[in-house]
Design a protein around this ligand. Structure first.
Ligand SMILES: [Zn+2]
Ligand SMILES: [Zn+2]
Length: 278
């Protein structure tokens, strides 16, 4: 059985990533309204009640803004650290606290390790998922990275990481200078170049797929993100690189037995067919 990863959508208007194994189905982040989450899951023939839990990276609305709704409306369990839970006013009886660098066991075939990442005004974490000896990293909203993060992400089979902005588009764009500085600062977001540099440090022969996430509408373009990252990766990476945009789900990545699913089977419909057939 494989680990199936489906980005339900990514960007400043909301983020959620679905992870499914034979035994467990969880979301990383729930930054959508209840109706939007329902609609996105429905494209995969799922309902929020089919989820076993939600893990929240940090409290910003585009990541944690829909966590309390999910607790109230569907009784879903939410894993979050103390700061995030407090900021989101999570219901205590449906809250599972975690601390960084301690494994969260979500079922017999899925564990998650939270690793701290620098992001202003938030206690943000990346998650490293482990499934039958394979690992997938989910990293978003960070202005810079630490050696510790590099250690944990290096050699992961799959890496989802933000490529938030193109440096030139940000600097020439309409945002006020203070906001430009916040975005590009140490506690802000990664530029395409920074994401490329980071990936060049962590990608190994084991890495088979990369998904770029959280692209800015205003300050980035898909072709710029992809070409910049590929420039840094050069010969290092021969796998699939894809982009998750705001309106998903668009495709699924499989780790494990079903990893050889051909690229022609992309799209929500294909994803649904595969799910029924697997
Ligand atoms: Zn954030
Ligand atoms: Zn964000």
């Amino acid at each position: 059985m494989s680990l199936r990863i489906t980005h339900l959508g990514s960007g400043s208007k909301g983020n959620a990533t679905l992870l499914e194994t034979e035994h467990v189905r969880v979301l990383v982040d729930q930054g959508f309204s209840g109706a939007s989450l329902e609609r996105r899951l429905k494209l995969l023939d799922l309902h929020p009640k089919d989820l076993d839990a939600i893990l929240v990276t940090h409290h910003h609305g585009d990541h944690g803004g829909g966590a309390l709704i999910a607790q109230r409306r569907w009784g879903l369990q939410v894993h979050a650290n103390a700061r995030t839970a407090e900021e989101l006013s999570l219901l205590e009886d449906l809250w599972h606290p975690f601390v960084s660098l301690e494994t969260i066991q979500l079922g017999p075939d899925l564990a998650m390790l939270p690793v701290p990442v620098p992001h202003s005004g938030a206690d943000n974490v990346a998650f490293i998922a482990s499934h039958q000896g394979q690992r997938a990293a989910f990293i978003t909203d960070l202005g810079s990275w630490t050696d510790e993060l590099v250690r944990y992400v290096r050699g992961c089979e799959h890496i989802s990481v933000e490529a938030n902005y193109d440096e030139r588009l940000l600097q020439q764009g309409p945002y006020p200078r203070s906001l430009k500085e916040r975005i590009s600062g140490r506690g802000g977001h990664l530029s395409n170049d920074q994401t490329g540099e980071f990936l060049a440090e962590v990608v190994t022969e084991a890495t088979s797929s990369i998904t770029l996430t959280h692209l800015s509408d205003m300050n980035n373009k898909p072709h710029l993100a992809e070409s910049t990252v590929l420039y840094y990766l050069d010969e290092r990476f021969q796998g699939d690189i894809r982009l998750s945009m705001q309106d998903g789900p668009e495709f699924s990545v499989f780790l494990g037995e079903a990893a050889s699913v051909p690229p022609s089977t992309e799209g929500p419909l294909a994803a649904r067919v595969q799910r029924e057939g697997s």
